[in-house]
Design a protein around this ligand. Structure first.
Ligand SMILES: [Zn+2]
Ligand SMILES: [Zn+2]
Length: 96
């Protein structure tokens, strides 16, 4: 890739293409990286680590994939509660 400003060969640095003249080319790759870190941030908000995904029909949107985790709510003899978090609209659904 060549600099749009001076025509020199650009060097990749910090996920961007940089030229010795100081020109920085914003790459499409950056938005991909940003998207990924946003996804992780959403999960961290809930206080859970990166969750496994499984097939789940979201009741709010057309999405068919959700993160899931389980919680033992009350006593041990009661069935655990399953939570599904839609990977698209982030709605959390609960199943007993
Ligand atoms: Zn340049
Ligand atoms: Zn959804």
């Amino acid at each position: 890739m060549f600099c749009q400003k001076c025509g020199n060969l650009m060097m990749p640095r910090d996920g961007k293409m940089k030229c010795s003249c100081g020109y920085i080319q914003q790459e499409g790759k950056i938005s991909d990286k940003k998207k990924k870190s946003e996804e992780i941030a959403v999960v961290e908000e809930k206080g859970v680590e990166i969750l496994p995904k499984m097939k789940y029909d979201c009741k709010k949107c057309e999405n068919t994939e959700a993160y899931f985790w389980t919680l033992q709510t009350r006593s041990a003899d009661e069935p655990e509660t399953r939570f599904f978090k839609c990977t698209k609209c982030s709605t959390v659904h609960r199943e007993y």
